[in-house]
Design a binder for this molecule. Sequence first.
Ligand code: F6R
Length: 239
Amino acid sequence: MKVIVTENKIQGGAKAFEIFEKGIKNGAKVLGLATGSTPETLYQNWVESDLNCSDLISINLDEYVGLKPDNPQSYHYFMQKHLFDKKPFKKTYVPDGMTEDVKSFCKEYDQIIKDNPIDIQLLGIGRNGHIAFNEPGTPFTSTTHEVKLTENTIKANSRFFDNIDEVPKSAICMGIANIMSAKKIVLMAFGEKKAHAIKEMLEGEISEEVPATILQKHPDVTVICDEAAAQELDDKYKN
Ligand code: F6R
């Protein structure tokens, strides 16, 4: 994995945008996208750029079950607000959190990913090493599925809701096998709370107990982290 350490998340977002822009100019058409606080500086650079997105397809990692697309806490809403409203894409896919048949929906989403192989996949990382909502213990062979959120993730996400009871208890999420099928992966992490997960991901043993460790097996991963998230890393990673 290639590691780029930036001073802060502003520079990290600019660096990540550079990689996406270059990839798109070189022919990338299908982008796997993520939500959360981490990619905000990337999307900021994106909307301020003159990059034309009208022939791009995006496929998002996840969505809460039970939230309508117009709910400000939904990932649909997040993507519209931070990127799609300002940069229209040819087609955008975000899992349907309101589907009445989650199982069939997950199969359809897998088919969408098969029909539109992801050129560049963006990831954040959880403090416990989760990628998308794939929590510790998720099989590396997993495809799109419904995930019960752990207490820790519910607590971490409650900062976006009025109270913790409003945080959805499950989500629809791409599986680890879907993520690993992307041709190129860009993972971003900012802040000291991510430092341990970043160290485990890069230096730890590959284990389903730390989902992000599987990325050691992917041939093209770039990790962009700020100095705080990189603080536990061996010196060889620091540039
Ligand atoms: C979001 C996602 C999650 C986040 C992770 C980090 O689509 O899949 O895995 O990337 O929970 O969240 P933030 O960026 O808010 O620290």
